[in-house]
Design a protein around this ligand. Structure first.
Ligand SMILES: *[C@@H]1O[C@H](CO)[C@@H](O)[C@H](O)[C@H]1NC(C)=O
Length: 128
């Protein structure tokens, strides 16, 4: 698994909590042409203030303009994580992705928030 190409958006797990501000993404430095093309389409939904009820259906959306030709047929994965303070660990739940193998150029994907998830206000999603 590569974690260099992810882009995150924060969301809350319940309507009763307020999410932390969305971190400002660091721009990917320009690389020489022979290096891997890294493509991080911004997630446009959810916003950092989003609250997802357990077991609810949600739509994740991202920008599809400027998809490089080499990635136009790529598929993606959506994983839930939470930021928790210690060691910058992102607690990505790679074993239980919310969605896999969808075409990135689709621009959106339906996911279902797990029913048995702990309430937190620092969840985020990663679309790879
Ligand atoms: C993407 O898929 C289309 C349709 O199958 C194909 O024509 C095109 O060559 C593919 N592009 C790449 C970069 O693989």
């Amino acid at each position: 698994m590569q974690f260099t190409t992810f882009f995150t958006a924060l969301l809350a797990a319940t309507a009763s909590v307020v999410a932390a501000p969305t971190p400002t993404p660091t721009p990917t430095p320009l690389k020489s042409p022979q290096e891997l093309i890294v493509f991080n389409p911004p997630i446009t939904s959810p916003k950092s203030s989003s609250a997802w009820a357990k077991g609810s259906e949600q739509i994740v959306e991202w920008e599809i303009t400027n998809i490089p030709e080499s990635r136009v047929n790529s598929t993606g994965t959506i994983v839930l994580g939470y930021s928790a303070s210690e060691n910058g660990n992102e607690h990505l739940d790679i074993a239980h992705p919310l969605a896999t193998d969808f075409p990135i150029k689709q621009g959106f994907m339906k996911v279902v928030m797990p029913k048995n998830i702990a309430e937190r206000n620092d969840y985020f999603i990663v679309r790879k």
